[in-house]
Design a protein around this ligand. Structure first.
Ligand code: AMP
Ligand code: MG
Length: 395
């Protein structure tokens, strides 16, 4: 049995080399940028007024002029005008080009406009005031964004500002979710006393939707021949298989043996952790990967968060940030396993604190309803004190 760290390392070594695709800008939110983006022109592209008011030549003000005749209006979106006379001004709007022969903008608030004459009410005017200089944010050709960032609204705005109606992103993998088990029925059905609804498949599908992935859902009965025939078809059409159940030591846990007949190569089976000990991971021909998650709902969820998500992020060339939180109470856990605890997070004087959520075990799906994160306690020691900080996986 390998450690959580070793399992994660092995999974990351099998990250996918995802190809690029070009998509419409408005479809790109949340996707991962796969191109460098440079400024196509200076940012801003011209000297622009940052206030509504009057554009003057600061030399005139320094020479004592305080009343400036308004020659014309410089609107945003209008070509650059020219100040003709010494001692006069041009009324200007925010975002407009600074007129030729002017070098300062005095806001309306600091002037009195009477009969087309702007009378300046302040005693200090500096050259360059209220002007956003051409190229002062970025110069044409400068890098604005590099590949490997998740697209946010600010990034969409930046891409729009350089005229990218289409954007290159990493293609998302084709994922199949297969639940297993003869005790499971469709969610629309009324389960008999010995049956339950196949909730895991929906939980996994929803989690994948959050990543922008529309997975296909399948169900396999606990019958090796049927499993094999179905899996063969599913494998042909997908790059990633997320299986739930049938990977432990039970009499009906047929997945490892069925996968073996389908050229599956196991990378590891079983991790020294709770929940999720029976997890299986391996590859199929054609750089395909298989995540065999144990069927208990919390195990499925924890393994998805701790192993599938990092695999996906690494495949998308996204970096991961490590986060920690302080336990608010002592925890005692004897077995030599990494213990992943669902926790509620709160801020205490700027410190992130984690309070474990009561649970009856890995079959207790309701225990993760309120969880903000999973807090991972190392295999040793077996007592963890309030105030100690441990790594968390945000949900
Ligand atoms: P298994 O890993 O197949 O031994 O399943 C362990 C436990 O998880 C059993 O109690 C199953 O009934 C339950 N389980 C397995 N798959 C699902 C599923 N898709 N949805 C809900 N519970 C499941
Ligand atoms: Mg089962």
């Amino acid at each position: 049995m390998i450690s959580v760290e070793e399992a994660l390392q092995l999974i990351l070594e099998h990250k996918a080399a995802l190809p690029l695709e070009e998509i419409d800008l408005l479809q790109s939110m949340g996707r991962v940028l796969a191109q460098e983006v440079t400024a196509d022109r200076d940012f801003p592209p011209f000297d622009r007024a940052t206030m509504d008011g009057f554009a003057i030549n600061s030399h005139d003000f320094a020479s004592g002029a305080r009343a400036f005749l308004v020659e014309q209006i410089q609107a945003a979106g209008a070509p650059q005008t020219i100040l003709q006379e010494t001692g006069s001004c041009i009324e200007i709007m925010t975002g407009a080009m600074l007129p030729v022969n002017t070098d300062a903008v005095i806001p309306y608030e600091d002037c009195l406009l009477q009969d087309k004459v702007a009378k300046v009410q302040i005693e200090h005017v500096k050259a360059g005031q209220n002007i956003h200089r051409r190229g002062s944010d970025k110069k044409a050709g400068e890098t604005l964004l590099t590949a490997g960032v998740q697209i946010t609204p600010a990034i969409v705005g930046t891409l729009a500002s350089v005229g990218l109606a289409k954007v290159k992103v990493y293609k998302l993998p084709k994922v199949a979710i297969c639940s297993t088990g003869d005790e499971l029925v469709e969610i629309k059905e009324t389960p008999l006393p010995h049956q339950i609804r196949r909730s895991n498949a929906y939980m996994l599908a929803a989690a994948l939707q959050g990543e922008g992935i529309q997975a296909s859902l399948y169900h396999l009965p606990d019958v090796p021949q049927v499993m094999e025939a179905s899996l063969e078809k599913i494998i042909a059409e997908h790059e990633v298989l997320i299986l739930s159940g049938a990977v432990s030591k039970g009499k009906f846990d047929f997945l490892p043996q069925v996968l073996a007949t389908l050229s599956f190569e196991s990378v590891f089976h079983r991790i020294a952790q709770k929940p999720g000990k029976p997890m299986l991971f391996g590859t199929l021909p054609g750089q395909k990967v298989v995540f065999g998650l144990p069927g208990n709902p919390v195990s499925t969820f924890v393994c998805y968060q701790l192993f599938f998500r990092p695999w996906l992020r690494a495949s998308l060339n996204l970096s991961s940030v490590e986060a920690y939180a302080q336990l608010t109470q002592n925890v005692h856990f004897r077995p030599n396993l990494t213990y992943h605890l669902p926790v509620k997070l709160h801020n205490h004087l700027g410190l992130l604190q984690a309070t474990p959520i009561q649970s009856t075990g890995s079959g207790d799906l309701t225990s993760i309803l309120e969880a903000d994160a999973l807090l991972s306690l190392p295999a040793v020691p077996d007592t963890f004190s309030a105030g100690e900080a441990f790594p968390i996986t945000l949900l």
